[in-house]
Design a protein around this ligand. Structure first.
Ligand SMILES: Cc1cc2nc3c(=O)[nH]c(=O)nc-3n(C[C@H](O)[C@H](O)[C@H](O)COP(=O)(O)OP(=O)(O)OC[C@H]3O[C@@H](n4cnc5c(N)ncnc54)[C@H](O)[C@@H]3O)c2cc1C
Length: 467
């Protein structure tokens, strides 16, 4: 292990900072009846429960969680509460709502950033929320080309200069000094959060509104009207699958969502002279423009938390045990940290961890509720799930209660993307694709003035179908 790394795993730094991860609620005591049974206590499951309890306070809602609140990505993520629409707008526009439907989805997602921020204030949930927008920085000519293409696409989809704008290298450095910055984009639709504080605060809030939460209660089978656990069955009119990156562990769902791994490290709090060298006096989240990109936030207690792909996928859709990540990934993220911000070279790394997010074969998210079976689910947020899960949960609650709104007509509803390839093709494919992305990044970094993206990345995009 890297000699400066103090902790690896323990679910995440975010939980550790709150005194550690672990269950605090009783497991399911035995067979139970409910109106709605939610499987998974992450953002999707808990926002669904929250809005259900608001729309119909009489509903009996039970949430079953295999481990503890925020055990999944919701307690481990990078803390970008962003308005980024996951997936491909063009693909979603092929659905019933067409272009207008995608514009409505985008509008709802951006509004959801503000809704979550307002909710934390109304509910007295201190989740270290700071609205600072988001900065994307290119340190290669090829990366700058991709950011400009991204900006052009945003403009095509109606974004104004107030939503997102291009920044010169000087303008990037005025916000955050990034070594070798060639330019960037600034989007205002993003807030920084402490993920575990949000998910734990959300769990407490749903309980205050009568929702019953059981931890240490793994669901083995999800079927019409039924969630089967070793502790007894829960029978319910609706069963909501809110298991995103863990979905492949449920019988019948092995190839629905690929559990994509993402890893993070966090520094010890940085001294004032280091911050003076870096700038970053605001709360912007920051990412680079590499194919295997990194994402970062300045935490409320003055650390840098930075994440990236690491080992992208484990054979057979296995998930990690408790968040321990590979030494090579910690080393790679530390190198990225030092490359972007050389002033951090002397900073100790306090904690490393990883988690899984869900990716559908067409890389687009879905919200679904089938009244004929009583089965509902949402997921496939491709690493942009913090805000998306809020919108998905709210939409599920409206669909389950028959509440009509603009959200219940959005184009991500009721999609059934094709399934992932069986093993070993799935594993071999993801491995090959990320090795191409890494080689492409190395070749672009070796020629930072070259404007064209590496053909290796173009090939990887074609194989993976990544938009
Ligand atoms: C390292 C990392 C960084 C990320 N960074 C960002 C970011 O900065 N911004 C962003 O928007 N998105 C980010 N994401 C993605 C985002 O965190 C997720 O998309 C989102 O949290 C998914 O929420 P969820 O509730 O659907 O799933 P999860 O939070 O994964 O929750 C699923 C829950 O279901 C439980 N469960 C699973 N199987 C069962 C079962 N059989 N029975 C009972 N319970 C079960 C799990 O224990 C878990 O608690 C990141 C993800 C990772 C891993």
């Amino acid at each position: 292990m890297d000699p400066t790394l103090t902790v690896n795993g323990e679910v995440s730094f975010w939980h550790a900072a709150l005194g550690g991860a672990g269950a605090t609620r009783p497991a399911l005591p035995g067979p139970t009846d409910a109106d709605v049974c939610v499987v998974g206590a992450g953002y999707t499951g808990l926002w669904t429960a929250w809005y259900l309890s608001r729309l119909d306070p009489g509903l009996r809602i039970v949430v079953l969680e295999a481990a503890h609140v925020g055990f999944g990505a919701s307690g481990r993520n990078g803390g970008w509460l962003s308005g980024i629409l996951p997936g491909s707008r063009d693909r979603l526009a092929k659905g019933a709502g067409g272009r207008d439907g995608v514009l409505a989805l985008q509008r709802q997602l951006r509004a959801a950033v503000g809704d979550v921020v307002a909710w934390t204030r109304e509910q007295g949930v201190d989740a270290d929320v700071a609205v600072g927008g988001s900065l994307a920085v290119a340190t290669t000519g090829a990366g700058l080309g991709r950011l400009r293409a991204e900006l052009a696409e945003e403009r095509d989809w109606g974004a104004s200069p107030d939503d997102i704008e291009e920044l010169s290298p000087d303008a990037v450095n005025d916000r955050v000094r990034v070594a070798g910055a060639q330019g960037g984009l600034f989007s205002r639709h993003c807030a920084r959060i402490q993920p575990a504080k949000l998910v734990r605060g959300l769990a407490d809030a749903v309980e205050r509104h009568g929702v019953v939460l059981h931890e240490n209660t793994p669901v083995e089978v999800v079927g019409p009207g039924l969630a089967r656990t070793p502790l007894g069955d829960v029978r319910a009119r609706w069963v909501v699958r809110a298991t995103e990156g863990f979905t492949a562990g449920l019988p019948g769902h092995r190839r629905d969502l690929l559990p994509m791994n993402s890893s993070m490290i966090v520094t010890e709090p940085l001294d004032a002279p280091v911050w003076d060298a870096i700038g970053w006096q605001g709360a912007e989240t920051v990412r680079d423009a590499a194919h295997a990109y990194v994402y970062a936030q300045r935490t409320a207690d003055d650390r840098i938390a930075i994440g990236g792909r690491g080992v992208p996928y484990r054979f057979g859709s296995r998930t990690d045990r408790g968040g321990a990540t590979h030494e090579a990934t910690i080393a790679a993220l530390t190198t990225a940290l030092h490359r972007l911000w050389p002033a951090t070279a002397g900073a100790a790394i306090a904690h490393g961890w990883c988690g899984v997010l869900g990716v559908a074969r067409d890389w687009c998210p879905t919200v679904a509720a089938d009244p004929s079976t009583g089965l509902a689910w949402a997921g496939g947020y491709v690493g942009d799930g913090v805000t998306t899960a809020h919108l998905a949960g709210r939409t599920l609650a409206e669909l389950l209660t028959g509440t009509d709104s603009e959200r219940t007509r959005l184009p991500w509803i009721g999609r059934s993307p094709r399934r992932w390839e069986p093993e070993p093709f799935r594993w071999a494919g993801v491995r090959a694709v990320y090795s191409l992305y890494r080689r492409a990044d190395r070749s672009e970094a070796a020629a930072p003035q070259r404007a064209a993206s590496s053909p290796l990345a173009v090939l990887a995009d074609r194989i993976s179908g990544r938009p």
